[in-house]
Design a protein around this ligand. Sequence first.
Ligand SMILES: [Zn+2]
Ligand SMILES: [Zn+2]
Length: 371
Amino acid sequence: MPKTQRDYYEVLGVGRGADPAELKRAYRKLAMRYHPDRNPGDASAEERFKEVGEAYAVLSDPEKRQRYDTFGHAGAGMPDLGGFGFQSAFDLFDMFFGQGAGGRQGRSGPPRGADLRLAVTISFEDAIRGVSRTFDVRKPVVCDACEGRGAAPGTRADICPECQGAGQVRRVRQSLLGQMVQVQPCPRCHGEGQVIASPCTACRGAGVVDAQRSIEVSIPAGVDNEMQVRVPGEGAAAPRGGTSGDLFLAITVRPHELLERRGLTLLYECPVTISQAALGDTITVPTVDGPRPVELRPGTQYGETIRLPGLGAPDPRTGRRGDQVVRVRVVVPTHLSEKQRRVLAELFPPDGQPHPVRKGFFENLREAIGR
Ligand SMILES: [Zn+2]
Ligand SMILES: [Zn+2]
């Protein structure tokens, strides 16, 4: 894949402050304009299409976008959009390939089977670790009786007499500018170049029948909401020797009770008492790898963060794991006993002036807060 050095914001034609909705709009518009199905044989459109996809893949991922904003192209990690059997944020595929399969038919050779989309919900933990799942999918498969040829067993398809097998016909019509020649798919054989005299009874000549199939899929570690996993060749079968479409799993990840995911970072809001924050403590925090002890330093402030390297979500392309970030939330007690109120008022007088630390301060505080 050629590496572009054009600014991603410029590629999408948006400002640096563009919000996700704006990015998506700009991306959809450009991707549709430059999509190869709309620009057959146009190499520069294809180049632009890739460039737009690359820009969107980076800018639509908060973490990658931040790295890109900070380090430029070197920091974005250059997503590779092809060849991994995996696409991110590409709900666009339905739009294109749902129709695209039909659009391809007229051009050359046998048709391609339609792409299929399956909505899949997985747990937070499965999304982090990756999971194998088996799905029962009802889809068009190659007809056994005629081996997909569409002709009754023992018979064959004939060359279409209308187009002599070319699949297309030329129409000449008169216009103000003179004769216009139009090339159209052959109406007799619908562009396939052959006709079936005695259709297979099992599939009525279609070459495909609907059937249930079990498909085992490995969902890569690190998938996130709005990602799609592509399973090549597991879409609808194409009749008469065409290639099958692909199956796309549209992933939904169930939220975790305690952890929140932002790109490759997992965030944990950790409630601590005033005395834990003031005195320091060893606390236990949940991670996707199980509970981990974390040192809270004395004097920890509200909102302070502690980074646990390598305990975040893995990048599904590289396997590299992000970090977990523990954000400290000091919980201020809402109900105090008379004694606690008195000690607190004495230690932290409400005049806002710093109170001198004296002997016994920590013991008093510990007792006052009652931990
Ligand atoms: Zn058949
Ligand atoms: Zn024909």
